[in-house]
Design a protein around this ligand. Structure first.
Ligand SMILES: [Zn+2]
Ligand SMILES: [Zn+2]
Length: 151
């Protein structure tokens, strides 16, 4: 009789442990799913630019936000009157307005096209990293590679 009641007690204790464990487990699952749910959506996370590295002839993936920041830091802002490409065009092909000598522009490294600073920056901000006219990369690949390696 005593053995039987002891067995019953063990059984109850076991059940309590199982229910506590499953409660903890379900709390953990809820917590985990919340962590995943509340993670802020990463910006431009799946948007990369594939760049050919000229020195090693290999393709590298650079996150678009890194490229945007780098382009803006590296392409010099000058007044149009100081531009070496001043003779080529006086029309911004983004807004189709004239570019005045006093307007700020970015002096592109890859081609001799000229756009208003605000027009080109708005273009870059939406993840376009090539010249609006000729589609040449706004930065030489080698510079991008050395930047991505230094992070
Ligand atoms: Zn413009
Ligand atoms: Zn161009």
């Amino acid at each position: 009789m005593e053995v039987q009641s002891l067995h019953l007690l063990t059984n109850i204790v076991q059940r309590i442990f199982v229910s506590i464990f499953s409660t903890i487990a379900s709390f953990l699952l809820v917590a985990l799913s919340h962590i995943r749910l509340y993670k802020p959506p990463p910006q431009h996370s799946d948007h990369h630019v594939i760049i050919l590295d000229g020195s090693s002839m290999s393709l590298i993936r650079v996150p678009i936000n890194v490229v945007i920041v780098f382009i803006k830091n590296k392409i010099p802002i000058i007044p149009y009157s100081d531009s070496a490409h001043r003779a080529h065009t006086a029309l911004c092909m983004v807004c189709l307005e004239h570019i005045d000598g006093s307007h700020s522009i970015r002096e592109l490294l890859s081609c001799d096209h000229v756009f208003h600073l605000e027009c080109l920056d708005a273009w870059i901000d939406v993840g376009r990293v090539a010249c609006p006219l000729c589609r040449s990369m706004l930065l030489p690949p080698k510079k991008l590679l050395s930047y991505s390696n230094s992070i």
